[in-house]
Write a protein that binds this ligand. Structure first.
Ligand SMILES: *[C@@H]1O[C@H](CO)[C@@H](O)[C@H](O)[C@H]1NC(C)=O
Ligand SMILES: *[C@@H]1O[C@H](CO)[C@@H](O)[C@H](O)[C@H]1NC(C)=O
Ligand SMILES: *[C@@H]1O[C@H](CO)[C@@H](O)[C@H](O)[C@H]1NC(C)=O
Length: 501
């Protein structure tokens, strides 16, 4: 066994040397591969459309940053003459690039031209007949057409798993008790009851802090502009902690169905992609600077990174304090600091002063990124997985919607919950560079296949479709409910669905 791995080691060294010898990158445009949802913008509508390019030279797949940008143009006519759009390019540092663009209003009969060094690549120019709408246009596609166009999976295992406790749901029978159970006392939590009927959105919220209703509102409004939502009702938890605890009184009454952004092994909450992930989807190329595409930009090449583990965050869990203590003990291995003292104010004397926030992109200056729970799962996980550093993740009962698909030592390096193996794991990572790079590669592949805007939209719609089929109570709008008004800048001419009513 030992001899065998020695052999593999020298093979890697040979590959490494041949990589270094060919110092100049000359892209062969005829070999480049181009694919992604942004090439069918008439069918797949996103706030920012995106597609991928993989580059090759005479040796094969290029595996380093590219010397030049692609020349991408969208040619067509919009309401004000030439098609108006914004674009940018994300160089992932491994010879692949993400192109994204945002159509401002709508454009007719567009051509997407993608060139490198003067030559068309892939099947460029891509011709799209008819009108391409901005995601701000109100143009809902029929649900099954939309699912088909977006190539959404028919079933998602996690959704099937989450819904197994809810084969039939009669809200008429449980609504009053559910509201009493979670909102009926001063320590009650914040949650909203949504009803979707005929593509209109209504809600009533309960609890003290309901500001986060802006996230489900934004999600439903955005989805409602591109796809016909099934009539349905649901409750969504606006707080951190999962609510529908296993055991206790629910052994007899059955668990209450609640959508949450964080799940846990001891609860029945039905998990939706987090508001962070959803915002990154909706505000791609917009209000947020960090999203699942921009997080892939290579700012620091592997060889320039610090050979240390990095962490920043607030003091929302004991292990976070323990981590900072460890970093003081092992400054050559860990750079970790707290950015705020709120939960453990007394710890500031020993572990303070708090450090200023640093931009998330700077995290990737380090080879190893530690992910420790906050009050619940740390919602930065998808963004950490998207970059070219490896994630060391604490074992945890809390999870986001996709964690069950991640495998330790395939997508991340696992850490014991009490961090007792952290030092050992960092030392292991330092000694196993090629394995670490493989883990990073797997994680980024996972991200691009499962956590990009098309996947996040699909996850919601596959869940909503399945969910609506399990509701046996009538979908009615209570007179106390508030309507969430749809907002749009243009309307699709193909659809007159609402006008008929
Ligand atoms: C662009 O093409 C020219 C001629 O085909 C070639 O000499 C040059 O090296 C190319 N430049 C890049 C950056 O690939
Ligand atoms: C739902 O529950 C209500 C109240 O318990 C009951 O009257 C109704 O028949 C139930 N609906 C169905 C379809 O079972
Ligand atoms: C930790 O990292 C930050 C951000 O890169 C840097 O400013 C700081 O000097 C580092 N601290 C130590 C002790 O190396």
């Amino acid at each position: 066994m030992i001899r065998k791995s020695g052999c593999v080691g020298s093979l890697f060294i040979l590959l490494f040397i041949s990589d270094v010898l060919s110092d100049k990158v000359i892209v062969d445009p005829s070999k480049c591969k181009v694919w992604g949802p942004g090439l069918t913008p008439d069918k797949i509508v996103h706030p920012a459309r995106y597609f991928f390019i993989e580059t090759f030279d005479k040796h094969g797949r290029i595996n380093r940053p590219l010397p030049e940008k692609f020349n991408v143009k969208i040619i067509g006519t919009g309401p004000y003459g030439a098609c108006r759009y914004q674009q940018n390019q994300i160089d992932r540092g491994d010879g692949s690039v993400i192109i994204r663009y945002k159509i401002i209003e709508w454009c007719d009969d567009i051509q997407i031209s993608v060139k490198y060094n003067g030559s068309d690549i892939g099947d460029s120019p891509y011709h799209i007949r008819g009108r391409v709408h901005s995601s701000k246009c109100y143009c809902p596609q029929d649900l099954s057409t939309w699912l088909y166009n977006n190539k959404c999976p028919k079933q998602i295992e996690k959704i099937t798993w989450d819904l197994q406790a809810f084969k039939k749901v009669n809200f008429t029978a449980i609504r009053t008790n559910l509201i009493k159970r979670y909102g009926g006392n001063p320590g009650g939590v914040s949650f909203c009851n949504y009803v979707i009927k005929n593509q209109e959105i209504y809600r009533t919220c309960h609890g003290k802090y309901t500001g986060f209703k802006m996230f489900p509102d934004a999600t439903l409004l955005a989805l409602g502009k591109v796809v016909m939502l099934p009539d349905m009702e649901f409750f969504i938890n606006l707080g951190d902690w999962p609510l529908s605890k296993k055991g206790g009184q629910q052994r007899t009454s059955g668990p209450y169905p609640i959508f949450s952004w964080c799940g846990s092994s001891d609860s029945h909450d039905i998990v939706l992609p987090t508001y962070d992930l959803m915002e990154s989807t909706l505000e791609n190329m917009g209000r947020v600077s960090l999203d699942m595409l921009s997080a892939q930009e290579e700012e620091f090449s592997w060889k320039d990174k610090e050979d240390k583990a990095f962490w920043r965050g607030r003091d929302s869990r004991q292990e976070r304090l323990d981590l900072v203590k460890l970093s003081r003990k092992y400054p050559n291995l860990i750079n970790a600091s707290l950015t705020n003292f709120f939960f453990f104010k007394d710890a500031e004397l020993e572990l303070g002063p708090k450090e200023a926030h640093i931009p998330f992109t700077e995290f990737f200056k380090f080879k190893y990124l530690i992910n420790i729970d906050g009050t619940v799962a740390a919602y930065r996980m998808p963004f950490l997985l998207a970059g070219n550093s490896v994630v060391l993740k604490q074992e945890s009962p809390f999870y986001e919607h996709f964690y069950s698909e991640l495998k330790p030592l395939k997508h991340y390096i696992p850490l014991k919950r009490d961090l007792s193996d952290l030092i050992e794991k960092i030392q292991w990572a330092k000694k196993h560079e090629s394995k670490v790079k493989e883990i990073i590669q797997n994680a980024r592949e996972y991200v691009n296949e499962n956590l990009l805007p098309v996947d996040i939209f699909c996850y919601h719609m596959v869940l909503f479709k399945e969910w609506s089929s399990r509701l046996i109570s009538d979908i009615t709008i209570d007179k106390d409910m508030e309507k969430v008004e749809q907002d749009f800048t243009c309307k699709c001419e193909r659809h007159h669905i609402r006008d008929e009513l």
